[in-house]
Ligand binder design. Structure first.
Ligand SMILES: Cc1ncc(COP(=O)(O)O)c(C=O)c1O
Length: 388
C-alpha cells in the first residue's frame, strides 16, 4: 500500500515547486500548491527501474528499444481501447516542446492557431513566440461549469490551420464528451485544420467520466489528429523529460521525424524511458490508489470550502489534480487577488489571468499532496478570507 499521506521534504532538491518560490512569487515562506507535479513518491517499480539504470554507472547515448513501444501500446489498448502500432509512436522529450515542433513542422508564420481559453498558459506563448496568429475560442462558464462556444469555434476555425486541444482540460478540469469532441473535430475536418490533441492528463480522469482519445472519433479524424502524451503527469515523472507523439497519418509521422532530424533533437533519455516502462507495466496498484487519494482530497476540499468559505466557488473536478477556484465574489482586481493569496493566505497558487481570457477572478490549486498539506493550505486560506 502506498503512503500518500507521507510528507516528503522537497526543499533544497532543485525542486521548481518549492525552491523557486522567490523567483516566481517574491516570497520564500509560501505553501506551494502551484506547478503541476505531485508531492507523492513514485511507485516502487519506478524507483527500482531508475536505480537499476543508475547502478550501471555508464550514462552514454541510448537507443529506443521495442519494449518501450510495447508499453505504450499496452497502456493505450488497456486503458483507452485504442490500438496503436509501432509506426504511430514517436518518442520525444516533452509535450510542450512537441507542440512547439508540431507548430513549426505543420504551419507557417502568420498561420492561425486556435486554442480554447482559459487554458494551460504555454499554449499562448507557443503560438505567439512562433509568430503564428493566435485565435482564442473562449469557453463558456455557467455556474462554474464549462462548455464550448461552437459558433465562435467554427468562426475561428475558418481562419485556422491548426487547433491545439487540451483534453482533458487544464485548468477547468473538463473531460470532453464524445459529442463535444465529434463536433469540434468535424469543424476542424471541414476547414482543413490539423488537430493537436494534448492528452497529457488523460489518465487522471475520475469515474464516471471517461476519456476519449480525439483520434478515435472516426478514421477521418484519426487522419487529421496528432496526439501528444507522456506518463509524466500521472506517474510524477515530469523531471525525466520523456514524452511521445502519436499519429496514424504515415505522411505526417515522416514529416515529424524529418523535422526532429533536422534539429538533431531526438535524444532519448534512458531514465525516463525505463520509468515510463515501469509505470505502464508494473504500477497499476499505485495508480488506482493515486486516483482514489486525489478524489478523496477533492471531496475534502469541497466539504471544507463549503463549510468555511462558501463564497469561494469550486469548478467540479472531472480530471487532473488541478482545481479551478472562483474568487469573483470577493470583488477584487486581479492584482489585489494575487496579493491576497500570497500576502494574506501565504499560498503559492497559479494566478487565473495567466491562463488567458476567462481566468480573471480565478486561482488554480494543485491538490496532489498529502491530506495534511491540503488541510494546512485550506486553514491558511480560510483565515485570510475571514480577516477581510
Ligand atoms: C496540458 C498540459 N500539457 C503539457 C504539460 C507539460 O508537459 P511537458 O512537461 O511534457 O512539457 C502540462 C503540465 O502541466 C499540461 O498541463
Amino acid at each position: 500500500m502506498s503512503n500518500f499521506d507521507e510528507i516528503i521534504n522537497r526543499k533544497n532538491t532543485q525542486c521548481l515547486k518549492y525552491d523557486a518560490l522567490f523567483e516566481r512569487f517574491g516570497n520564500t515562506k509560501l505553501l506551494p500548491m502551484w506547478v503541476a507535479d505531485m508531492d507523492f513518491r513514485v511507485s516502487q517499480p519506478i524507483t527500482e527501474a531508475i536505480m537499476n539504470v543508475a547502478k550501471h554507472g555508464i550514462y552514454g547515448y541510448s537507443v529506443e528499444s521495442q519494449k518501450y513501444y510495447d508499453a505504450v501500446k499496452y497502456w493505450f489498448e488497456n486503458k483507452h481501447q485504442w490500438q496503436l502500432d509501432d509506426d504511430s509512436i514517436f518518442f520525444t522529450n516533452g509535450v510542450v516542446s512537441a507542440i512547439h515542433n508540431l507548430i513549426n513542422a505543420f504551419t507557417s508564420k502568420g498561420d492561425g492557431v486556435l486554442i480554447q481559453s482559459p487554458v494551460y498558459y504555454p499554449f499562448f506563448s507557443l503560438v505567439k513566440s512562433n509568430d503564428r496568429k493566435l485565435l482564442v475560442n473562449q469557453l463558456i462558464e455557467l455556474n462554474n461549469q464549462y462548455f464550448i462556444d461552437f459558433d465562435d469555434f467554427e468562426k475561428k476555425a475558418r481562419e485556422a490551420s491548426m487547433f491545439i486541444l487540451c483534453s482533458p482540460h487544464n485548468p477547468v478540469s473538463r473531460v470532453w464528451k464524445r459529442d463535444e469532441l465529434e463536433r469540434m473535430a468535424q469543424i476542424c475536418y471541414d476547414n482543413n485544420v490539423i488537430i493537436i490533441s494534448d492528452e497529457i492528463h488523460n489518465d487522471l480522469v475520475q469515474k464516471p467520466f471517461k476519456h476519449i482519445p480525439t483520434a478515435t472519433i472516426n478514421t477521418l479524424i484519426e487522419d487529421i489528429t496528432i496526439t501528444c502524451h507522456s506518463a509524466s503527469k500521472t506517474f510524477n515523472l515530469a523531471g525525466l523529460n520523456t514524452a511521445y507523439i502519436i499519429t496514424k497519418n504515415r505522411k505526417w509521422k515522416q514529416q515529424i521525424q524529418q523535422h526532429y532530424a533536422r534539429q538533431h533533437a531526438h535524444a532519448f533519455n534512458i531514465f525516463g524511458a525505463e520509468a515510463m516502462y515501469a509505470a505502464y507495466m508494473h504500477s497499476d496498484q499505485w495508480y488506482s490508489q493515486l486516483l482514489q487519494y486525489i478524489k478523496d482530497n477533492y471531496l475534502y476540499l469541497v466539504q471544507y470550502i463549503q463549510a468555511n468559505i462558501p463564497h469561494v466557488k469550486i469548478t467540479p473536478m472531472e480530471a487532473t489534480y488541478l482545481i479551478w477556484l472562483d474568487f469573483r465574489a470577493f470583488n477584487m482586481t486581479d492584482q489585489q487577488l494575487k496579493n491576497f493569496i500570497i500576502d494574506n493566505a501565504a499560498l503559492a497558487l497559479n494566478d487565473g489571468p495567466s491562463f488567458g481570457i476567462g481566468g480573471s477572478g480565478f486561482q488554480r490549486i494543485n491538490i496532489a499532496c498529502p491530506r495534511k498539506t491540503l488541510e494546512i493550505a485550506l486553514i491558511q486560506l480560510t483565515k485570510a478570507c475571514n480577516s477581510l
